[in-house]
Write a protein that binds this ligand. Structure first.
Ligand SMILES: [Zn+2]
Length: 133
């Protein structure tokens, strides 16, 4: 089930709580950011538990608890998650390059300029950069 994900994300996938799909619903460009977040969280909260990792409105949505006790709140844990979610809004979902957000076919995507051009080729929505002529 996890073979398609790179080695540095295996630890994160193993933290996904029972009952949740073993899926990372994000582009490969965010994998390094996610691996870095997992490394940070593993130090802050060694037993942290993940429910869901997905892309929502062009930003990383990382649903996790710092321990299996839901009443336990950890500020450092929450701050690290928020920082990674913020970083994702400036990171290309495809290649990890510096990016901004575009609306393509009613869907917010965070893309670098070349990938926005590529995505624009068969999209008609606005808020896209002019094609590089
Ligand atoms: Zn890109």
């Amino acid at each position: 089930m996890t073979e398609e994900y790179p080695q540095e994300l295996r630890g994160l996938l193993e933290r996904i709580a029972p009952g949740w799909p073993e899926l990372l619903e994000i582009g490969v460009g965010w994998y390094p950011l996610l691996a870095k977040l997992d490394a940070t969280l593993s130090v802050i909260a060694p037993n942290y538990v993940v429910q869901q990792v997905k892309s929502k409105f062009g930003a990383l949505s990382f649903y996790a608890d710092s321990s299996d006790d839901p009443s336990h709140f950890d500020q450092a844990f929450t701050d690290a998650v928020r920082a990674a979610e913020w970083e994702s809004t400036e990171t290309c979902e495809v290649c990890g390059a510096p990016a901004r957000q575009y609306v393509i076919r009613m869907w917010v995507s965070t893309l670098c300029h070349p990938h926005a051009i590529e995505a624009r080729e068969d999209a008609v929505d606005t808020d896209l950069p002019p094609s590089a002529a």
